[in-house]
Design a protein around this ligand. Structure first.
Ligand SMILES: [Fe+2]
Ligand SMILES: [Fe+2]
Length: 168
């Protein structure tokens, strides 16, 4: 059994992961509208990753006999000035999520919830990967600057991303 504080914190993270998928879907729509279909594909895959994260919390809360209480999702941002600005705000968002995961781990430690701590360690590693993935896209965009040939080359690269569900 989990205590009230832990249950509330995990439910809150479930909402945050759903919001992440909503935000990336909004970014996906922005890229689609600009006909940057490779970037749109990349974001589509990210949406699936975030839904997977959300379901991981959903399943865990149930495994620990907690109640899942779904909350309203905030309206995501929908307009940006450039592809670089989109990726920049995605990075800021992932940094926020990393801080949230760290906060959850601290909460699990304070509450002596070793099971929750172990569960959350997967997300600690995942956040390193997420920040690195977005960071690599950001670096490439920075490299080409405003060059449209460079942007299209990156777009072709982004088209290749496929969703691979992580091993259970
Ligand atoms: Fe996530
Ligand atoms: Fe990931």
């Amino acid at each position: 059994m989990m205590n009230k504080k832990m249950k509330k914190a995990l439910n809150n993270q479930l909402n945050a992961e759903l919001y992440s998928s909503y935000l990336y879907l909004s970014m996906c729509a922005w890229f689609e509208a600009k006909s940057l279909t490779g970037f749109a594909n990349w974001m589509r895959v990210q949406v699936q990753e975030e839904l997977f994260h959300a379901m991981k919390f959903f399943n865990y809360i149930h495994d620990r006999k907690g109640e899942v209480v779904l909350d309203a999702l905030a309206k995501p941002e929908s307009s940006w000035d450039s592809p670089l600005a989109v990726i920049e705000s995605a990075i800021k968002h992932e940094q926020k999520v990393s801080a949230m995961i760290n906060g959850l781990v601290s909460c699990a430690i304070e509450e002596h919830d070793h099971a929750a701590n172990q569960f959350l360690q997967w997300f600690v590693g995942e956040q390193v990967e997420e920040e690195a993935n977005f960071g690599a896209v950001y670096d490439r965009l920075k490299l080409v600057g405003g060059d449209s040939a460079g942007l299209f080359a990156i777009d072709l690269e982004m088209a290749k991303r496929v969703y691979v569900p992580p091993a259970p």
